[in-house]
Each structure stands twice: as C-alpha cells, then as structure tokens.
Write a protein that binds this ligand. Structure first.
Ligand code: ZN
Length: 371
C-alpha cells in the first residue's frame, strides 16, 4: 500500500478513546489503569511497538517503553507522555508512581503473569510505596468491540484481501498438491497483495483432516472427491479478517454434501436472525438449533463466532455459554461447522457488522460447493 492517508496512524480517535476509557473507568475503584495487553495498548495510543505499558488516569496518559521504541512512540503517540523504562515492570513502576498521588492502580488481570504481579507487590513493599493493585477485566476490550468507521474501513480491506486469496486458492489448489503447498500459496498471495503478514496460520485441511477444527496443514496430498477446508485471514492497518470455506473436488460424498447444506442453512439462519440487543448465546442458538434438528448437535463443538478487530479473536464471543450481548458497530464471525471424525468436516465462515440492528455481511467470497 502506498496510500499515506490510510497508513498514517489515526491520531484524533486516540483522544476520543481515552475519554471513553476515562468515562467507563470513573465507576471503578482505581486512580489509574495500567494497560499491558498489546492490542489494548495499540488501540488507546496508536503505538505499534511490541513492548510498552500505558498508565491512564483522569489527567495523565503515559506510555512507558524501553530505549528501542522511544523515538517511535513519540511519533506514533503524540497524546501520551513518553517515559523511557529500564528493566522489568517491578524495577521502574514503583518509582514512576511514587510521586503521582495514585493510591490504587488498576491492572489487566488477564494480561499480567503471576510472576510479574508477585514481583511488583514485593517491589512496592520494599520501596515503601503506598499502592494497592486492583484487578480489572475487559475495560478496553469493551470499547474495542464497537468499531469506529475508520476501523471498519481497515477491516473491510482485510476482508477483501482474504476474499481475493480464496479466489486465488481455488485456481491453484488441485488434486496432487499437498495441504502445506496450498497453505503457502495462500500466504504468499496475501503478502503479495498487501496483507501485513497473516492474521493467523493458514489452515488447509483435506479429507479426514478437515474434521479437526484447527488442523495444521500437513504433507497430505489433496485428493479428488474430498472436502478441503480453508481458513485464513489477512491484516490491514493492524486489523484482521477471518474467512473459512469448504470446497470439494469432483464427485462429493453424499453425507458430506448433505452436511454442507445443513451448515449453510444454519449459517444463513444466524446471519438473518442476529440482531443488536440480542444475547450472544441467543445468537449461537440460531445456528445450533438447525444443526441439532438435523441430528448433528454433538458434531458442532465450538461457538458460533467471535469478534474480529486488532486481534483475530476478541469481544464479543458468540457461544452457548457467552454472557456478552450484541450491539450496533460490532464486527464478528458467523461460522457454524459440523465435524465427523474419520470422515471430514464442513465449516462456512463469514464476517458481519451489526448496523441498524441487523447483520451486514462483509465477506464476499462465494459459497460454491466445488472448485
Ligand atoms: Zn474464526
């Protein structure tokens, strides 16, 4: 990509995002929040480096990173005060906080190791800093779940790259080539067309391997008459896409053809029925009901879908035991599947955005049964 406008880090949204975080944090018990989750860090600050921490209070926004990233941070995160760190979190944090006036520090409980927490607690005690550590979850993730127009643009570009890669895959994949070769062709195409690497390892699973929902491409040669499950995603401006299709060469086994129709019906029911305000568990039911009625309930062993954004798996989570609820602006996958051990599996996955209460399908890839 050579379009400077698109590549430039979005600066204005950062202020809005910080404001939103401060508003939702106002009801929390802490004076400042320590952000350690990489995608949360990028989302709030625009900083794309692989190491750094944010400290956000009502008045302050600090980005702490080591000498490798200081200059980059200054360029990417103009709304943040950049602090250069040395050593591990417990080496510099108590000193940085000691004269901030903060007594309670929120931290992301799902993104700090037991070891870091332990060392930090010890350092706080040793250095006689009055600081209580308060665990939090999901504060930034909740904001990230609702996409801004600029984010949706980037996601749409990532979806289009995956759609194009699927077309390319259909042209290249034929009986005789291995799953690994096919996966590499898809990855190569994505990178050539401008994807920032790949969103996750490409899955090409043929024959019985397709019954493993997260199969790894093997040396197995793709054969005629078998299902080939392809699952892959691109990345654009940091935003991911996620696309699955199952295709057949030549004569298709009757059971698998029937299963394909069931999965497609389940997916269509979910796309048409999903609504803003609905519980994510209820959305899962829309597809699961169809699959259960067809007698394959036990063979649909994963959730209906997941949010996609800076991470390929993020909020909301659509599953039978999810407590999330759906809202306009959310982008997520709808990907029911049926997996028959020893025979093969079918998964069909689209990405949608909730707009005006209903799902608009972002994925354009066709749902043909054959190559
Ligand atoms: Zn997915």
């Amino acid at each position: 990509m050579t379009n400077r406008v698109v590549e430039e880090p979005e600066k204005k949204p950062m202020i809005t995002r910080l404001q939103k975080l401060r508003t939702s944090a106002a009801k929390e018990r802490f004076d400042a929040l320590l952000v350690s989750h990489p995608e949360n860090r990028r989302y709030l600050s625009g900083f794309t480096g692989s190491s750094g921490w944010l400290l956000v209070s009502k008045q302050k926004a600090i980005l702490a990173t080591d000498f490798r990233y200081v200059e980059q941070a200054k360029g990417e995160s103009p709304d943040f005060e950049i602090v250069q760190t040395k050593g591990e979190l417990h080496d510099w944090l108590p000193g940085l906080i000691s004269d901030s006036g903060w007594n309670r520090l929120g931290f992301e409980a799902n993104c700090i190791s037991y070891d870091s927490h332990h060392k930090l607690t010890e350092a706080i005690e040793t250095k006689h800093v009055h600081l209580e550590l308060i665990p939090t979850t999901g504060l930034v993730e909740e904001l990230r779940a609702i996409k801004e127009p600029g984010e949706l643009d980037s996601i749409t570009r990532a979806v289009a790259l995956a759609d194009a890669a699927l077309e390319q895959a259909k042209a290249i994949i034929r009986p005789g080539i291995t799953e690994k070769e096919a996966a590499w062709e898809i990855e190569k195409f994505l990178r050539q067309e401008g994807s920032e690497g790949i969103a996750f390892e490409v899955i090409v699973a043929s024959g019985p391997n397709s019954a493993l929902p997260h199969a790894r491409p093997a040396e197995r040669t793709i054969q005629s008459g078998e299902p080939v499950l392809i699952d892959m995603g691109a990345r654009f401006n940091g935003y991911c896409s996620d696309l699955s299709r199952t295709l057949f060469f030549g004569q298709t086994d009757n059971t698998l053809r029937r299963i394909y129709d069931i999965v497609l019906r389940a997916q269509t029911a979910a796309i048409e029925g999903v609504e803003a305000g609905m519980d994510a568990a209820q959305a899962d039911r829309l597809a699961r009901r169809t699959i259960e009625q067809a007698g394959y309930g036990d063979a649909f062993g994963h959730g209906l879908g997941h949010g996609v954004g800076l991470a390929v798996h993020e909020s909301p989570r659509l599953g039978f035991n999810s407590s999330d609820s759906l809202a306009d602006g959310m982008v997520f996958t709808i990907e029911p599947g049926i997996y028959l051990v020893g025979q093969g599996g079918i998964r069909i996955e689209d990405m949608v955005v909730l707009e005006n209460g209903k799902a608009r399908v972002l994925t354009k890839a066709k749902k043909d049964l054959s190559f």
